[in-house]
Design a protein around this ligand. Structure first.
Ligand SMILES: C[S@@+](CC[C@H](N)C(=O)[O-])C[C@H]1O[C@@H](n2cnc3c(N)ncnc32)[C@H](O)[C@@H]1O
Length: 243
């Protein structure tokens, strides 16, 4: 019998845990202080349910979002943990997503041509990437002009708050235990500074400590005059900028 190193065991356990979490009902996850959506299911349906064309999802985990996509999208997954892959294939089959490509890779070096994708999706991944600036740059590289980066992420609580103090304190251990996740990452600020044409999102809270608040929204890549696309043609959603 071959022994797996600890990090491999952690990754296998993480994949198993994510697959179990998929069974949790998004309808039961209530969003607090959210202007438009009552539950996580409402939010994901609105963000993902009308996507078209080629969609690349970074860090899809065990495939928690696959049930929300229209079945005619061409879906590309970029997931570094190979133990997630069997769960993703199973879930894609269950959801009737036939046009899929799955890569073992990282979000900072995406397997796509410049300007080739309609949408990039990230849910709870930007907290874990090694270099968020490089990742956001590569996402813009692969998006078509005017293409959309759709995200749901947990972010740092406001500076000076009790939650932020706890987040700052636990992050060194937390990121080791939870596969690189940083509870105190100021992801909203990184998004605003990344050079997108437009960044809009809503902030909300979940009934879980440490990894709150959350932001959900859309960032539009820079568009050219020739592309002739406007923000309103790219998204039906309207978000409120919060920072
Ligand atoms: C908290 S899980 C979220 C999974 C899924 N997106 C969801 O919402 O259920 C974070 C995921 O990001 C992946 N991940 C971590 N670092 C990554 C990176 N640099 N590039 C792409 N994916 C990454 C992990 O393997 C894991 O699947």
């Amino acid at each position: 019998m071959t022994c797996l190193p600890l990090s491999q065991i952690q990754k296998r356990l993480f994949a198993w845990g994510m697959a179990k979490a998929n069974a949790a009902d998004d309808h039961a996850i209530k969003l607090h202080d959210c202007q438009e959506y009552g539950t996580m299911a409402d939010l994901k349906r609105s963000l993902l349910g009308n996507l078209q064309g080629t969609v690349l999802e970074i860090g899809p985990g065990a495939g928690a979002n696959l049930s929300y996509y229209p079945t005619n999208v061409y879906w590309i997954g970029v997931e570094p943990n190979p133990f997630m892959h069997p769960y993703i294939y199973q879930e894609a089959e269950r959801q009737g997503l036939n046009n899929i490509e799955l890569h073992k890779g990282m979000a900072d070096k995406l397997p796509a041509e410049d300007g080739s994708l309609d949408t990039v999706v990230s849910t709870y991944v930007l907290c874990s990437v090694t270099d968020i600036d490089v990742t956001l740059r590569d996402i813009q590289r692969v998006l078509k002009p005017g293409g959309a980066f759709v995200f749901i992420e947990h972010v740092a609580a406001p500076d000076g708050s009790c939650t932020r103090t706890v987040q700052d304190g636990v992050t060194p251990i937390w990121k080791t235990v939870f596969d690189g996740c940083h509870p105190n990452r100021e992801t909203g600020m990184f998004l605003h500074d990344a050079g997108f044409e437009l960044v809009q999102y809503q902030q909300f809270w979940l009934s879980i400590p440490i990894v709150s608040p959350h932001i959900a929204g859309i960032a539009i890549s820079r568009f050219t005059a020739q592309a002739g696309r406007t923000v309103s043609e790219n998204t039906e959603h309207s978000y409120t900028r919060q920072i």
